[in-house]
Write a new protein. Structure first.
Length: 322
């Protein structure tokens, strides 16, 4: 291999570095890279765009939600089916939350986080302190959720700061929320280019809703093939809106029968992977809640930690499980 500018060959003393944008040309020094810039510029832009396209339309292995760290099954796209723990920022599925709650009630044990075993906070202030510690530790999930609290309180500027930090730490959900800020001009000036960029970053990170939104935008611009690619990727991750969009595209002749069939199979497989008997049982309890077993929010967890032990619900739950 040789330097694209001066032609010097790589050896033990001279190490060549790739162009960061296109990853094709190599240079022995920064001065050589600057000297070669005028000749390399057009090719570099073309190759960098090709690499970006390859990354953008690569099927993610999982959604941005990832897996429950306890049962290791994919987390549902419905945020109501899981809870983020303030002590460790882990997102636990309701099935594992329920199993942990039952074990604690039946054993008359002090409530603890199902993952890190940190004692449950006894007050909302203690819960807030736990989350703030995670933010100070540069935890992207905790930082993003702090931004969500700021946004709900109408403090868009602080939300922007938190989501900017979380997005730089690689959080796909933060990118998605940043896109909304730039779309609506909340805390920032409206900027469609930055909105689009953040949607792409969220989609690359496995965010199905961001991917679907890109498909809608591409379709609105008449770029049907690009829109279809986005919808297929999102449907493969279990996105409801995208599978419906593909069905509509099939009716209009934009989507082939085999493409729709493959997408439906992948969509159903993604849905099935997020199911388990424990999660079905948790869903049943959500429909018929028992106060002592409320695990829908961390505030409910706080109430549980400070409430007196209740044996009757535990016995009822135990008999149901058997």
């Amino acid at each position: 291999m040789r330097c694209a500018s001066c032609g010097i060959a790589e050896n033990d003393e001279t190490k060549l570095k790739r162009c960061a944008a296109c990853q094709s040309a190599r240079y022995c020094s920064i001065s050589c890279q600057k000297d070669h810039r005028s000749k390399h510029k057009n090719l570099c832009k073309k190759r960098a765009a090709e690499i970006r396209e390859e990354i953008l339309f690569r099927q993610p292995e999982s959604t941005h939600q990832g897996d429950c760290p306890i049962c290791l099954l994919p987390l549902s796209l419905d945020h109501d089916d899981s809870t983020m723990m303030g002590c460790c920022s882990k997102v636990i599925c309701d099935g594992c939350q329920l199993a942990n709650r039952l074990r604690e009630l039946e054993g008359m044990q002090e409530p603890k986080c199902p993952f890190c075993r940190h004692p449950a906070p006894k007050t909302d202030e203690e819960a807030d302190l736990n989350r703030e510690r995670r933010v100070e530790a540069n935890d992207p999930v905790a930082t993003r959720e702090k931004g969500a609290v700021c946004y709900e309180n109408g403090d868009y500027g602080s939300a922007f700061q938190c989501w900017t930090k979380a997005s730089k730490l690689g959080d796909a959900e933060a990118h998605y929320r940043m896109a909304k800020l730039y779309r609506d001009g909340e805390g920032v000036e409206k900027d469609s280019k930055k909105e689009w960029r953040h949607l792409e970053e969220a989609a690359i990170g496995g965010h199905p809703a961001a991917r679907h939104n890109l498909g809608v935008r591409e379709g609105g611009k008449g770029r049907i093939e690009r829109a279809k690619k986005h919808f297929i990727i999102a449907a493969n991750l279990g996105n409801d809106e995208s599978i419906e969009a593909l069905k509509g595209g099939y009716v209009k002749g934009f989507v082939r029968k085999e493409e729709l069939g493959a997408a439906i199979r992948a969509y159903q497989a993604a849905k099935d992977e997020a199911k388990s008997p424990q999660r079905d049982e948790a869903e049943e309890f959500q429909r018929n809640p028992i106060p002592e077993l409320d695990f829908s929010t961390e505030s409910a967890w706080v109430n549980y930690a400070t409430a007196p032990a209740a044996t009757a619900p535990a016995a009822k739950m135990s008999s149901k499980k058997r």
